[in-house]
Design a binder for this molecule. Structure first.
Ligand SMILES: Cc1ncc(COP(=O)(O)O)c(C=O)c1O
Length: 383
């Protein structure tokens, strides 16, 4: 059994993927070939945003978004400590300071009330740790739609507006999800997503995209992803990066996008089957009214994590832990001066959470095996 089964998806769309790859091999435009623009147009319309700019990875999508907002030394960018390192890494790469805010215990996404308090603390110079006493300029917020569930954008956008900050949606895991009738990717000033193979819409390599309704920001990102280009390739008007999406990845993503809606629906069915069967055993994901998850991961919480993981391993069922250590306790962010206990909800989740196999091709038989193993583990924890 696979944790994420990409082979079954390939079997479904093999001829179309091969046709698209062959077409790229025929025309030979490996960099910025026509498939790139075709994908951007299709993705913008899928999400409902005016502009989509593809790029080389989800990390570059975040980096380019921050560069377009001219984030730099002295700036504070608020984000969650319960995410993949890329979310906060890009802030440091630009010389700015990530300021962490604890998560909501039900959704595992950034807590808007704590966000408001932390912004005020930074403004009044009363934050703890190594940044204590430093004069930081609050600049932006990066909420993460963890496991595919959109963060609380009504509240976050309200807080941001009150303080004049931009909001960058880290939608690496959530493309295909929605928030009160709006699609993920169109919930804040700007959004960054990833096409890493294991993501809901994944390529066969690295890739990413930025979405925005702001034409000036969209144009700046187009320039930044190609070495800060101006009117042509050898007119360089700003410092940028080599952050383009390969034509081959665009060609692979196009047929995957054709079946994406139906895959998201299948993910909903898998998640519903899990939640119905597991709600008495472990804490199952909470999806607030009006929101829908893209189900990048199906994660459960229990104080007896080790017992469940051992039983699942014995039964040949793959699992994963996202994330075993919150970012404020990672060595890479040691210079920020955070300590254990600073973000108790994130810390508790990192000790109790784990993820089960989740993909659109998980059949009822395999899922029954997983549920059975979890039930047996549950009986073991009571014995
Ligand atoms: C929340 C989050 N942000 C950013 C990224 C970075 O995406 P990529 O691996 O495409 O650079 C990931 C991917 O793992 C992610 O899960």
């Amino acid at each position: 059994m696979e944790f994420i089964d990409l082979k079954k998806q390939y079997e479904r769309i093999k001829p179309r993927i091969q046709e698209r790859i062959n077409e790229v091999l025929r025309h030979g435009k490996f960099i910025m070939g026509p498939e790139v623009a075709e994908l951007e147009t299709r993705l913008a319309s899928f999400v409902g945003a005016k502009y989509c700019v593809s790029c080389a990875s989800g990390t570059d999508a975040l980096l380019l978004s921050l560069m377009a907002h001219e984030v730099g030394p002295g700036d504070a960018v608020f984000t969650t400590p319960f995410t993949f390192i890329a979310t906060a890494e890009v802030v440091c790469l630009l010389g700015a300071t990530p300021v962490f805010v604890d998560i909501d215990p039900e959704t595992y996404n950034i807590d808007p009330g704590k966000l408001r308090n932390t912004i005020e603390a930074v403004k009044s110079g009363s934050v703890r740790g190594a940044i204590e006493g430093k004069k930081l300029n609050p600049k932006g917020i990066i909420p993460v739609d963890l496991f595919g569930l959109p963060a609380d954008y009504d509240e976050i956008n309200r807080v941001a507006k009150g303080h004049g900050l931009f909001v960058l949606e880290d939608a690496a895991q959530s493309l295909g999800g929605s928030y009160k009738g709006k699609k993920v990717g169109n919930l804040a000033d700007i959004a960054a997503t990833s096409f890493f193979p294991a993501k809901p819409l994944g390529g066969y390599g690295d890739g990413g995209a930025v979405f925005t309704n702001d034409e000036a920001i969209g144009n700046r990102i187009r320039s930044l992803r190609e070495h800060g280009k101006g009117s042509h390739k050898y007119d360089n008007v700003r410092i940028g990066i080599n952050g383009r999406l390969d034509t081959l990845q665009a060609a692979i993503l196009l047929p995957k996008l054709d079946i994406f809606e139906s895959e998201i629906k299948d993910r909903q069915d898998v998640a519903a089957r899990y939640s119905n069967a597991l709600k008495g055993l472990v804490k199952v994901p909470h999806i607030p009214d009006g929101l829908s998850s893209a189900w990048a991961q199906y994660s459960v919480v229990t104080e007896k994590r080790e017992c469940y993981l051992t039983k699942l391993k014995e039964s040949g069922i793959p699992t994963a832990i996202y994330y075993p250590r919150p970012l404020h306790l990672q060595t890479a962010f040691g210079h920020l001066g955070y300590r254990p206990g600073d973000f108790p909800v994130a810390e508790q989740m990192s000790e109790r959470i784990f993820s089960l196999p989740m993909h659109p091709y998980l059949d009822a038989g395999d899922q029954a095996k997983i549920i059975d193993a979890l039930q047996k583990a549950h009986e073991g924890t009571r014995g």
